[in-house]
Design a binder for this molecule. Sequence first.
Ligand code: FES
Length: 147
Amino acid sequence: MRIRVNGSTRHVDLPADTPTLWALRDGLGVLGPKYGCGVGACGACTSLLDGAPFRPCTTPVGDVGRREITTVEGLSPDGSHPVQRAWAELDVPQCGYCQAGQMMSAAALLRHTPDPTDADIDAALRDNVCRCGTYPRIRAAVHRAAQ
Ligand code: FES
């Protein structure tokens, strides 16, 4: 089947019920979305589907259709997206495992809420878990990206 990923049409030769996370990672080598829980609970795999956050670990690739998948690699190939710049400037990651998912939730938030409050940020990212506890830096980086 064909799916749209980061602006390109890609072919994946997998059963339709394969989780999109494995189509991205194993099928296409798109490694930004991470495997954490596999049940839609941790947010490590968070990517965008037509601009809205979704969980590729619980979305069968056959359900994606012609909608556009955006992973952290697709935010900006050269790292110039405001979220990417803010994350680098504020040195947000500790272990880094969850951060691609955090950034994708942040990017989705800023699309419809360009000047978010702390409460907006906490609500938008509450289902993205960070075991290192980088939440204060994540919140600061979202504010920086909004400037
Ligand atoms: Fe997808 Fe945890 S791996 S939400």
